[in-house]
Design a protein around this ligand. Structure first.
Ligand code: HEC
Length: 229
């Protein structure tokens, strides 16, 4: 299989996995925006709390983002037990966990790699006014996602951001840390994070005009966000 095919497979697994959380987000976002009830940031603590609970009950990793380690551990245990008497049961468990992993699209480390600046990264260089214009179009383009959302669905008029958005990049962002294992994110990495997670699609080409345009537009949004506070 070519590297490209592998990448596609990983991405489609990843999107399927991450899509699980998107309907919740979009429902809250839509409620927040269409009814004029204010920013949709309310779902963030809720989502975090829900995830906390799920993890506490041991379901979190299996449902949301199963980890490679979990699979290894389950297999190890299953083998050990299978040698004894509880063969059927142990195999059943191991299969269940392994499926979770297969659908999960891999480890946090793989997700992090997808949205982290590559080595020798050369961002597209363009005229700032053109990039902003193009960025604005892309920001409103539902075709950019696999689930009918546009960036603007969540982020119209400065909605959907947390207080970290006021900080200079790179900085820590809760979603980057929780779902991608990143301590710090650059703005272009944040665009990629929102492409992969809420937009449930592939990250943009790192050297593309699209990424440069969305990043530049997001930079403008950041300034407006800071000015409005
Ligand atoms: C389904 C809703 C949703 C969609 C669609 C979405 N985002 Fe986000 N975005 C969020 C949430 C939630 C946060 C807050 C993350 C956090 O603070 O943990 C966020 C945060 C951000 C931030 C600021 C992060 C910070 O605090 O520094 C940027 C920039 C951003 N998104 C850009 C985009 C772009 C560009 C797109 C389209 C490619 C997009 N988003 C699509 C939900 C969404």
């Amino acid at each position: 299989m070519s590297t490209n095919d592998k990448r596609k497979r990983l991405l489609s697994k990843l999107s399927r996995n991450l899509m699980v959380s998107v309907p919740v987000m979009s429902v809250v976002a839509v409620t927040g925006f269409n009814t004029g009830l204010g920013p949709a940031s309310g779902w963030i603590p809720e989502a975090a709390a829900a995830q906390g609970e799920a993890e506490a009950s041991g379901e979190g990793e299996a449902e949301g983002y199963p980890e490679g380690e979990a699979e290894g551990k389950a297999e190890g245990e299953a083998e050990a037990e299978a040698e004894g008497e509880a063969e059927g049961e142990a195999e059943g468990e191991a299969e269940g966990e392994a499926e979770g992993e297969a659908e999960g699209g891999g480890s946090k480390a793989k997700r992090r790699e997808l949205v982290s600046r590559p080595d020798n990264y050369q961002p597209y260089q363009g005229n700032v006014a053109d990039l902003r214009e193009k960025g604005k179009q892309l920001f409103n383009d539902k075709n950019l996602s696999s689930n009918g959302l546009a960036c603007a669905t969540c982020h119209v008029n400065g909605a959907g951001y947390n207080a970290t958005f006021t900080e200079e990049y790179p900085h820590e962002v809760a979603m980057g840390k929780r779902d991608f294992g990143m301590d710090m994110v650059y703005l272009d990495e944040m665009v990629q994070i929102c492409m992969v997670a809420p937009m449930a699609t592939e990250p943009l080409e790192w050297s593309s005009e699209e990424l440069a345009a969305l990043t530049e537009y997001a930079r403008m949004q950041q300034q407006e966000y800071i000015d409005d506070r």
